[in-house]
Ligand binder design. Structure first.
Ligand code: UDP
Ligand code: ZN
Length: 356
C-alpha cells in the first residue's frame, strides 16, 4: 500500500511505496565503447512485455492493433496496469488525515505501462514519425480517460537507461495519475497566473514566440511546435518540445500538433544519440492539472532531461542545479545533429507569423 506523506517543512508530497521494492530489475541492452547499443539484444524469454507473454501482465487496458500482415504480434502498442504501482488503483479523491504536524493522504491513483512496441530491442529514436505519434496518441487517449476519474494530475513519462531509473529494457513508457497536485504545479501556476494578470497573455506561448525570434536556443521547429533548449536549463542538453499555440493540456492537442511533436521528439532523441551515444534520459509530458484544462495561462510542454550529471552536495543544499553545458551550445550542437539526420525532413518548416 502506498501512503502519500506531506513534508511539514516544504509541503511537498512524498509517496512511501514499499510495493515498488519488489519490482524486477533486468539488465539494459549491452553497449559498445561509444555508448551506442552494441548489438540487438536477444529477446529476453523472461521479459514480461514481449509478445507471447501477454498473460504475464494484468488485463490489458488499451491496445493499438498491429497493421494487417504483421507477423511478430497482433498488437503494436499495449497499455497495461503497472504490476508494481507507485500508487494503488482507485478513483476516489485522496482523503487527508492530519495528526499533529503530520499530514498523509491515501496513495490511490493509477499507474499504467505503455508497451511501445512488440520488438524487445526497438527504441523511440529508431522508430519512424508514425510510430512515435502512435505512442503520443496512446498518452492522449489514456490521459483523456484518467483526468475524468479524479482531481489531481496525469503524467506520461519515459525512463531510458539505468542512470535514468529504468528497471526493464523492453521499450515502454508510463502514465501515472496522482490524487493530489504536487507543490511544483502550484508554483508553476502562480508564476504563470501572475504573468497573465499583468499582460493578458500566456507566459508559455510568449516564451516560445520570443525564443523562436531569438533563435539561439532553437533546435528545430515546425508549423505548430518547436524544440528548444530552456534558457535556464537545469541539465546538459535539456530540451523542451512545446506547442506554438496556447493549449493547457496535451490531451486536447489536435492530430497536427501531436504529429509535429512526435517528429520533433524522435529527431531530438536521435540527435542526442548521434552526439552523445545511448545517453540515459527521462522525459515527462507536463499538462495542467485535471479540471484546469481551460486555463488561459498555462501550456503543456514535453521536458527531456538527459542524465549526464549527478546532483551532489551543493545541489542538495541550495536547490541550485549546476549545468556545465550552456544551453546555447547544447542547442547549436543538437540543431546541427538534427539537420544531419537522414531523411525524411521535418513535416512543415516554420513560416513567418506561424505561432498565432
Ligand atoms: N513492471 C510491470 N510488470 C512486470 C515487471 C515490471 O508492470 O512484470 C513495471 C515496473 O513496476 C516498472 C516498469 O514496469 O515501473 C518499468 O519501468 P521503468 O523501467 O521505466 O522504471 P521504473 O518504473 O522501474 O523506475
Ligand atoms: Zn521484451
Amino acid at each position: 500500500m502506498t501512503e502519500l506523506r506531506q513534508d511539514p517543512f516544504t509541503h511537498d508530497w512524498v509517496a512511501i511505496a514499499p510495493g515498488r521494492e519488489e519490482r524486477p530489475r533486468r539488465t539494459p541492452r549491452p553497449q559498445s565503447a561509444d555508448g551506442r547499443p552494441a548489438q540487438r539484444a536477444a529477446a529476453d524469454p523472461a521479459c514480461p512485455f514481449c509478445p507471447g507473454r501477454e498473460e504475464s501482465t494484468p488485463p490489458e487496458i488499451w491496445r493499438l492493433p498491429a497493421p494487417a500482415g504483421t507477423a511478430e504480434a497482433d498488437w503494436a502498442i499495449r497499455v497495461v496496469p503497472n504490476r508494481y504501482p507507485v500508487l494503488d488503483p482507485g478513483d476516489r479523491p485522496a482523503r487527508h488525515h492530519t495528526s499533529g504536524l503530520h499530514t498523509r493522504a491515501d496513495g490511490t491513483g493509477s499507474h499504467e505501462v505503455v508497451i511501445e512496441s512488440p520488438d524487445h530491442d526497438w527504441d523511440l529514436a529508431d522508430g519512424d514519425d508514425t510510430a512515435v505519434a502512435d505512442i503520443l496518441r496512446a498518452y492522449r487517449t489514456r490521459t483523456r480517460v484518467l483526468r475524468e476519474a479524479r482531481p489531481g494530475l496525469v503524467l506520461p513519462f519515459r525512463n531510458h537507461g539505468a542512470a535514468a531509473g529504468t528497471s526493464l529494457p523492453h521499450p515502454h513508457s508510463q502514465i501515472v495519475a496522482t490524487p493530489i497536485v504536487p507543490l511544483r504545479f502550484r508554483h508553476l501556476f502562480d508564476v504563470a497566473r501572475a504573468y497573465y494578470d499583468d499582460t493578458g497573455r500566456c507566459l508559455y506561448v510568449d516564451h516560445t514566440v520570443a525564443e523562436l525570434a531569438d533563435g539561439r536556443r532553437v533546435l528545430a521547429a515546425t508549423e505548430h511546435a518547436a524544440a528548444l533548449a530552456p534558457y535556464a536549463a537545469r541539465a546538459p542538453y535539456e530540451t523542451w518540445i512545446v506547442p506554438q499555440r496556447h493549449q493547457a493540456s496535451f490531451a486536447d492537442a489536435p492530430d497536427k500538433i501531436l504529429e509535429q511533436t512526435a517528429a520533433l521528439l524522435r529527431r531530438t532523441l536521435a540527435a542526442l544519440r548521434d552526439l552523445l551515444g545511448d545517453v540515459p534520459y527521462n522525459y515527462a509530458l507536463i499538462s495542467a492539472p485535471n479540471g484546469e484544462e481551460a486555463t488561459a495561462y498555462f501550456a503543456w510542454h514535453l521536458q527531456i532531461v538527459p542524465r549526464l550529471t549527478e546532483p551532489a552536495g551543493f545541489e542538495l543544499g541550495t536547490g541550485i542545479a549546476v549545468n556545465p553545458v550552456p544551453p546555447e551550445h547544447a542547442a547549436a550542437r543538437l540543431r546541427q545533429a538534427i539537420a544531419a539526420l537522414p531523411a525524411p525532413a521535418l513535416p512543415v518548416p516554420p513560416g513567418p507569423g506561424c505561432h498565432r
